[in-house]
Design a protein around this ligand. Structure first.
Ligand SMILES: C[S@@+](CC[C@H](N)C(=O)[O-])C[C@H]1O[C@@H](n2cnc3c(N)ncnc32)[C@H](O)[C@@H]1O
Length: 274
């Protein structure tokens, strides 16, 4: 039998076991900011899909460690546009454009065609990229209904939103339709126990000051409970080596992983495949 978990880890274990009352009590008693947010969440109920009413997500990516992470991400993408000079670029799951907009602004080379695929119409409508073609669809639906090809397909923290079997089909479809792929993802550990998840999410929530409740209730807690406690998942993440394996299984032959930034959750990486 494993050790008895206490604090937020104990609350997550109780929730996973179906004991919401005990989960709420342990979370409230934990004396942590994350515990207080979980207790509220388990009292007030969820706010719905995380990207459909995206105030919490957009506050999340514009605050805390994401400021430096996205600065490095856009710089890394801009350097790749200038080096590879891709005439046609597809951004899969572009969100509200926080990665692609500053990358294009920083690059000297400008693609002549940019396609944006994003199932959240609210996020897609906020992207400011002049002349881009916009598709308010999932990657699966878009690739099934449009026969375009590209020189570069980028996807920043969005391939993790597609469950692995569907993602394998998306990656293998992309193999025949693009010269290169660049993915930004987190190099997460293969296995993480509840204590480690609780510790890291505590650090994440603490980065948001006055916006901590908005970000926790509307984004971070649904993601955490999907990973840790059996709620509907919003994402499926992997170690960098497993992302590389999935790209190779899809038919990409040259895959490289570059470290992008340290981050409270796990180090972020840029994975390039051709
Ligand atoms: C963590 S956000 C990243 C957004 C953006 N790329 C960025 O870096 O800020 C994940 C994005 O993937 C999108 N997404 C979810 N499921 C998807 C799918 N099946 N196909 C394409 N995008 C998807 C979400 O709507 C969301 O905008």
């Amino acid at each position: 039998m494993g050790a008895v978990l206490t604090g937020v880890a104990g609350a997550l274990a109780a929730y996973r076991a179906g004991d919401v009352g005990r989960a709420r009590a342990l979370a409230a008693e934990s004396g942590t900011r994350l515990g207080a947010e979980l207790a509220t969440y388990w009292t007030d109920g969820t706010s719905g899909p995380v990207y459909d009413q995206p105030a919490a997500f957009t506050a999340f990516i514009r605050g805390g460690g994401n400021v430096e992470l996205y600065r490095r991400l856009s710089e890394g993408l801009a350097a790749r546009y200038d080096s590879w000079r891709p005439e046609a670029v597809l951004d899969v799951g572009c969100g509200d454009g926080l990665a692609i907009e500053p990358a294009l602004a920083a690059a000297t080379f400008q693609p002549s065609r940019i396609d944006l695929v994003e199932p959240s119409a609210a996020l897609l409508s906020a992207v400011e990229v002049a002349g881009a073609r916009r598709f308010p669809l999932t990657a699966q639906d878009f690739l099934g209904s449009d026969g375009s090809t590209w020189n570069l397909v980028q996807s920043t923290f969005a391939m993790q939103s597609i469950e692995p079997a569907a993602r394998a089909e998306v990656l293998s479809e992309l193999r025949s339709r693009t010269d290169r792929v660049v993915l930004a993802e987190f190099d997460v550990p293969e296995h993480a126990d509840l204590a480690s998840l609780a510790q890291r999410y505590e650090r994440g929530v603490a980065e948001y000051g006055a916006q901590a409740s908005l970000v926790a209730q509307g984004f971070l807690l649904p993601v955490l409970l999907g990973v840790a406690a059996g709620e509907a998942r919003t994402n499926w993440e992997h170690p960098a080596a497993e992302w590389a394996r999935q790209l190779e299984a899809a038919g990409f032959s040259s895959v490289t992983v570059d470290r992008l930034a340290d981050y409270w959750w796990s180090p972020a990486v840029l994975i390039t495949a051709s």
